[in-house]
Design a protein around this ligand. Sequence first.
Ligand SMILES: Cc1cc2nc3c(=O)[nH]c(=O)nc-3n(C[C@H](O)[C@H](O)[C@H](O)COP(=O)(O)OP(=O)(O)OC[C@H]3O[C@@H](n4cnc5c(N)ncnc54)[C@H](O)[C@@H]3O)c2cc1C
Length: 574
Amino acid sequence: MKTVKTDILILGSGGAGLFAALHAHQHNPNLSITVAVKGLLGKSGCTRMVQGGYNVALDPNDSVERHFMDTIEGGKWLPDQELAWTLVETAIERIRELENELGCFFDRNPDGTIHQKAFAGQTFDRTVHKGDLTGIEIINRLAEQVWARGIHRLEEHRAVEFIKNKTGDAIAGVLMIDIRSGEFVMVQAQAVLLATGGGPTMYKYHTPSGDKTCDGMAMALRAGLALRDMEMVQFHPTGLIAGMDTRITGTIIEEGLRGSGGYLLNGQRERFMHKYDARNERATRDIVSRGMYQEMREGRVGPRGGLYITMAHLDPLMVRKEFKGMVERCADCGFDLVSGLVDVVPTAHYMMGGVEFKVDCTTTLHGLFCAGEDSGGVHGANRLGGNGVANSTVFGGIAGDVMPGWVKAHGAFSEPDKDAMDVAVAACRAPFAKAAGSLTDIREKLYNLMWDDVGIVRDATSLARSAGALDELEAELDATGVSDSNLAFNLTWHDWLNLKNLILVSKSIRYASEVREDSRGAHFRADFPEVRDLENSRFTSVTWNNGGHNGRFDCTTKPVAFTRVKPGETLLKA
Ligand SMILES: Cc1cc2nc3c(=O)[nH]c(=O)nc-3n(C[C@H](O)[C@H](O)[C@H](O)COP(=O)(O)OP(=O)(O)OC[C@H]3O[C@@H](n4cnc5c(N)ncnc54)[C@H](O)[C@@H]3O)c2cc1C
């Protein structure tokens, strides 16, 4: 098997991965740093897709404390407070870095200050943006800087398994598949950053890019790491409905539309959000998505099975200017965002849950770091719009700051466990031994069962039903083969691997949803509708015991440490 050696291996080239690479290189340009990515560097993942913008307390009338309180209250007191504090405090440094060192142009006010817009669920307009296509600006500037340095790239290389050393107490490297040739590659590293960006693409309607299939979370489960808050899957209220045969369906049109006064209408063309929250369309994403889902369940839908957003009552010039990208995207799908109705549906957008990690991005596996959407604990039960890209860039940068020093103090190349490599290769090659079947059918079944039974509203019955259904689906996948006549760019094989990971992570979402017998933020149990006992908040922690490919799930709960503020208190001065 081909082997590559690098001091620091970074998995993923979103905001987290690229920031980590740049910071690590800045700290020690003599280290060999490699970014390995399933897609192309600078072209894959969700940071590039960021529309609305980046939350940061810049205005003199805003404060880090206010941003922190919005994050904690939005997260329904489940965030790890040290992670949340690090997010809001470091976001200021990071946005200056993006602007002044990396050359991002963000929109400005006539007086030259950075323009900050409203996003739902926030008590201050603090979202920095570049029109409504902010991610392209950020990722292009980051990628240019990575290309300009001597950072190695393994593009179209898919990570499939963490491989530990022979004693199993440290990571030795990552087993990968070179998608271009289909060959396995063992990348040995002293330190590895997991930044593959989660992505709830197991739901019928979803927003993330197709390269994101929870690979990193599945690898973490198989390596015995704990994932926290997995029941917390965020649904964004406004996913486009453009027909079931196009990938555009489910992609979002941005939250700023509601922030700027856009109305949601049901199939009877009536506003309805007042029935669910006094903030109407500007309530947090969980509340708006649930309100929409309720209208849908009660049959008040349009002909395409969803609802509508309209901006027709607002100044058309403002809509055209502020939301140019959204106006064009809607027009591409045959909708008139400026003066008509656009069909929308809640869509699975973001996973608040992920790998348990510390403020310095270390995890419980020696040598493995984590940052970005793969990590859990920053957002708790709900992520504020604009805190996602802040999360990846803040913690990606921190990982890049920490890893070079860690390599110097603790790093060493260790021999990868050959048996574990053989098991992982055999698991990846398993579908070649079976007769080919329809992965499309399996994917559709997964989409529907997660949407219906583990989606916006869950209860004990739906969760119990989905347990059996997920097991059956996994057995069906295991019995379904893939042709190995050509391994180069064998995307059917990669689809099979994607589904394997998505089913495992779906099971972890289901387990955690069953264990949390209350409703919080994105997790709504119809049989336990109350938000209960904030003072004794606990987070779920799921592990895949016995590790490997034949484990079983275990889910416990752990207390949230209120290290800075307790429910009922605030850090804001009266
Ligand atoms: C449409 C859309 C709009 C959004 N708008 C906003 C917004 O306005 N504001 C905000 O704060 N957040 C927004 N978000 C969320 C935000 O994009 C994410 O929170 C954040 O960018 C995630 O960054 P990341 O670096 O963790 O992952 P990503 O940027 O998603 O990068 C993940 C990387 O990992 C790679 N990868 C995946 N699997 C593997 C594997 N097996 N091996 C190797 N590489 C792998 C991918 O190819 C990709 O390069 C939006 C998300 C979407 C989908």
